[in-house]
Design a protein around this ligand. Structure first.
Ligand code: SAM
Length: 241
């Protein structure tokens, strides 16, 4: 039930320092140092360091397996998992808190938020802010009447393109052949995306995590199931048809 969680009206209303306290404390420290260095006379030349912003999004992050692996792989990138289930998002929050306690300095760049990602992404993120979006083993919604609930569809792909920076990547993987074909077809038909080549995927550390990092992926692997991976790049401008 969406009424159970708060939704910010605009991205400016989100207090990200609650999610990444150490990152923001460090930033404040640097800003104070800088101001001190300028002898309290901040002229037009004083450039404020760029505010950190969430760049990677794991949509329907489940128990957070991908997130915690990405966190150490890209320690300087802020990343967020979004999960609609209250208990599951609470579990991920506690998982990250425990990792931060056990390994000081690590995992400060990852966090989780409970929300309905099909409804509220523009309330959290600005145009072009994201560089990677992950959709690992999304719910298949098998029945035709429920296809509109699929988290990859033409309309939502347009919204994701709005939030992705040009050149940003959208990663999908599933063990459901029919859903894999659905996601491939929707992405292939969208003029704001182009397929990422196998060579580029080989060279991309995040792509290597798709199959085995998440809890669902590990379950599929244990059962010896096949997986279908489709990764697309957000284009600068719509491509010709
Ligand atoms: N990505 C995880 C993995 O690979 O282990 C979880 C996969 S699980 C099959 C799909 C997850 O998406 C569930 O945890 C579900 O609660 C979440 N989910 C479904 N719809 C969602 C929505 N609209 N917004 C956020 N999360 C959603």
């Amino acid at each position: 039930n969406d009424a159970e969680f708060d939704v910010p009206t605009t991205p400016e209303d989100v207090d990200w320092s609650e999610h990444y306290p150490e990152v923001y404390e460090e930033l404040e420290g640097r800003q104070q140092q800088q101001q001190g260095g300028e002898a309290g006379a901040p002229g037009p030349s004083s450039s404020a360091p760029e505010q950190p912003a969430v760049r990677f999004l794991d949509i329907g992050c489940g128990f957070g397996g991908l997130l915690v692996r990405l966190s150490t792989l890209y320690p300087d990138t802020l990343m967020l998992g979004m999960e609609i289930r209250d208990k599951v998002s609470a579990y991920v929050r506690e998982r990250i808190a425990a990792l931060r306690r056990e390994q000081p300095g690590l995992y400060r760049n990852c966090s989780v938020l409970r929300t309905n990602a099909m409804k509220y992404l523009p309330n959290y993120f600005r145009k072009g802010q994201l560089t990677k979006m992950f959709f690992l083993f999304p719910d298949p919604h098998f029945k035709a009447a429920n296809h509109r609930r699929r988290i990859i569809n033409t309309q939502l792909l347009t919204e994701y393109a709005h939030l992705l920076a040009p050149g940003g990547w959208l990663y999908t993987i599933t063990d459901v052949p029919e859903l894999g074909e659905w996601m491939r077809a929707k992405l292939a038909a969208h003029r704001l995306y182009e397929r990422v080549s196998e060579e580029e995927l080989e060279a991309d550390p995040a792509a290597g995590l798709l199959v085995l990092s998440s809890e669902e992926g590990q379950k599929v692997a244990r059962n010896g199931g096949a997986t279908f991976r489709n990764v697309y790049r957000r284009l600068e401008a719509p491509r010709e048809l």
